[in-house]
Design a protein around this ligand. Sequence first.
Ligand SMILES: NC(=O)c1ccc[n+]([C@@H]2O[C@H](COP(=O)([O-])OP(=O)(O)OC[C@H]3O[C@@H](n4cnc5c(N)ncnc54)[C@H](O)[C@@H]3O)[C@@H](O)[C@H]2O)c1
Length: 398
Amino acid sequence: MSNSPIQTMYRREFLEQVGWVSLGTMAAAGLTGRAAAGQESQAQKPWQPVSDRKVRVGVVGYGVCRFGAAFGFQDHPNVEIVAVSDLIPERRQTLMKACRCEKSYESLEVLVQDPKIEAVFVATDAPSHARHCIDVLRHGKHVMTAVPAVFGSVEEAERLLEAVKKAGLKYMMAETSCYRADCYGMRQIYQAGGFGRLVYSEGEYYHYSKTPIDSFNGWRIGMPPLWYPTHSTAYYVGVTDKRFTTVSCVGFDAGYPHNRPGANRYNNPFSDEVALFGTSEGGSSRMLMCKGIQGRVVEQGRVFGEKGWMDGITYQGAFKELPDITRPALPPGMAGGGHGGSHGYLTDEFITSILADRKPRVDVYEALAMTVPGLIAHQSALKGGETLKVPQYEPPKT
Ligand SMILES: NC(=O)c1ccc[n+]([C@@H]2O[C@H](COP(=O)([O-])OP(=O)(O)OC[C@H]3O[C@@H](n4cnc5c(N)ncnc54)[C@H](O)[C@@H]3O)[C@@H](O)[C@H]2O)c1
């Protein structure tokens, strides 16, 4: 089957963008081709500052993933890192060095009392995200959080939403899939009408882990897979801004010791969960998080619409000309970074939303629409796949 002109053009563009680095180098660096494409696009577009002001930021959390320093706040020209924190003194010290910052506090709870700080990056353990974000907002500061927005609790989602509404400050969830080059491109094409309504979409987070990855207080041990859904759900919600309405989910038990009865705090028997969602535009989405598939570690997705479809770097459809699908420019000195070159874009988006006083790309409504459906999917899996309704988080009409 021959390629369409659009498919050929997009593939050529992709190959040009990755031309500076061999596929072998990307594999060695743990990056996908999509990551390299994003990093290269930075060189092609000039970055336009919206202000010369520096936002005064606090950074919290330097755990196993060393996330506090991984998003490049310390390199953003519009950021001054005022202070950092981690509960563990050695991590606090290393985070200070990594952020080139001379001040630290023993906890987030103390850091948020510093009146100089106007925004906080919460990179703490997942079960603490909502509580920590609420604390930050109550102290009158903007907040960006690592994923997920909430951990296993719909009530927590309600509390977080109320806190954001009450504070009237910026809240953003740093979902990395949203700034992977493929997902970002899918969004541009969807918003321009190149897919029509999505008939079907797929989002996948495979992370083979026979032994749980280390974590603060062991929160990853036996975690229900779809309590961590956002890398997958971004491939529908992050593309369309539409919603999941119903879900039926099937769980699988790979036989890990930490999923045996009584072996984890969540009473969760599953290593893998695969959910089928109904969507608000009348289609369906298959979203999964799997830890039991030997050797498979990848985050990816696909969209299939009435007018076209896209699988990774390939668009095929009715559009003869694509909108600009490359990611925005990054400030000089900032790298795209990890997870498909997405980190730097998320930081820049958060900081720009503060400076320009506009909605951040993944605000609280989008964050909850990506997170909460996974919690309901896990409930469905525990009920043998019963179809359940998904709570809705709709932004106010402007
Ligand atoms: N692609 C992605 O977006 C992606 C990838 C990996 C991790 N994450 C998320 O990033 C977050 C961090 O991951 P991790 O593996 O480093 O977590 P972790 O559990 O290893 O570490 C959490 C850190 O937060 C610190 N902390 C907890 N409460 C604190 C408080 N009150 N004050 C100061 N410090 C506090 C702990 O001391 C610990 O060092 C997690 O929530 C995870 O879900 C996202």
